[in-house]
Design a protein around this ligand. Sequence first.
Ligand SMILES: Nc1ncnc2c1ncn2[C@@H]1O[C@H](COP(=O)(O)OP(=O)(O)O)[C@@H](O)[C@H]1O
Ligand SMILES: [Mg+2]
Length: 230
Amino acid sequence: MSAPPVLEARRLVRAFRQGRREVRALDGVDFRLEPGEFAAVVGPSGSGKSTLLHLLGALDVPTEGEVLFEGRSLHAMSDDERARLRRTQIGFVFQFFQLFPTLSALENVEVPLLLDGLSPPRARERARALLDRVGLSERGGHRPEELAGGERQRVAIARALAPDPRVLLADEPTGNLDRENGARVLDLLGDLSRGEGRAVLLVTHDERGAARAGRTVRLLDGRVSAAPEP
Ligand SMILES: Nc1ncnc2c1ncn2[C@@H]1O[C@H](COP(=O)(O)OP(=O)(O)O)[C@@H](O)[C@H]1O
Ligand SMILES: [Mg+2]
C-alpha cells in the first residue's frame, strides 16, 4: 500500500465575517500534498492562499471540511496533539521571516531545539549544521538586522527545519526578496524536497517562483481553478 498524502484537504471551507458580509476565503477546496513533493499554490492576492496554508498547518480551523495529516484528521486530535504536530512535523516560512531581532542567527535556529528539550550543546551543534545546510555557516553570530533579506529568509528556513519536519509550508517566502535572492531561496526549497524526502508547499502570487515546483495548483476566489496551464 502506498503512503497516504502528507497533507490532504477535503472540501475545505473557511468563512470570515467582514462587517455584515460573509467572505468565503476558501469555498470547497480539495488538495493533496504527497511525501517528498514540491508543490505550489498560486493565485492573485485575496484568492485564499494564506488561509489554505494556515488550515493545512493547523494554525486555523475550517468552517467546513477537514484536513488530514498522514491520513489522520486534525479535527480528531486533541489540542495537545495538534500543537505537537505543529511544533515537530510542520515547518513554517513566512514572507517577513519572523526572526527574533535580538538573537543571533544561530540562536534563532536554536530556539525550537531548546524548546524541544535538546541540551544546549546538542542544540548548538544541530543549529550549526542547519545554518551550514542553508549556506550560512559564516553568519551565525549576526543578528537579523545585520543580515541581507535573502540571508534572513535562509535563517528562517534553517529554523523551520530544526525539528526535522515532514513538511515545510512557505507563504510568499520570496515576496520581500530581490530576484536573485528569491531564486536562491526557491532553489533551496526545491533541494529540501527532492534530496531529503520532505514535502514542500510554496504559496505565492509569483508565477515565476511557482514554475520551479513539480506541480502547480491555481486558486481563484477561494476555489481551485480548473483553467488549463497557459
Ligand atoms: N482573519 C480574517 N478576517 C476576515 N477576512 C479574512 C481574514 N483572513 C482572510 N480574510 C479574507 O479572505 C480572503 C482570502 O485571504 P487570504 O487567504 O489572505 O488571501 P491570499 O493569501 O491569497 O492573498 C480575502 O478576501 C481576505 O480579506
Ligand atoms: Mg497571503
